[in-house]
Design a protein. Structure first.
Length: 104
């Protein structure tokens, strides 16, 4: 689930109990956020299993890619939030424009 509010951009992603927090890598750039999860081959009661997934989300232009945090609960649900760029939230400041007179 993705939510984009005036204050922040949020992602809720259910990874189940397949991945531990140290098996998940989250990266951002100006255009997207990438979640990559991977674990090596593990033995289970049926044989062995290897899992890897990558999920990418496009970031809105007013999101600050440096202001990202994530948490994960014991059910494997990851919550990622990114703040908005401060200058995008502030009202534009009045900037005086000088009028240059060049006589006729």
């Amino acid at each position: 689930m993705v939510q984009n509010t005036d204050e922040e951009f949020r992602i809720r992603l259910n990874l189940g109990k397949c991945f531990k927090p140290d098996e998940i890598k989250i990266t951002t750039n100006d255009k997207q956020i990438c979640i990559h999860a991977k674990h090596e081959e593990r033995k289970d009661k049926h044989g062995s299993v290897y899992r890897e997934m990558t999920r990418k989300y496009t970031l809105p232009p007013d999101v600050d890619p440096k202001d990202v945090s994530s948490t994960m609960n014991k059910e494997g649900v990851m919550f990622i939030k990114a703040g908005k760029k401060k200058e995008a939230l502030e009202a534009p400041k009045e900037v005086p424009i000088r009028v240059e007179y060049k006589g006729c």
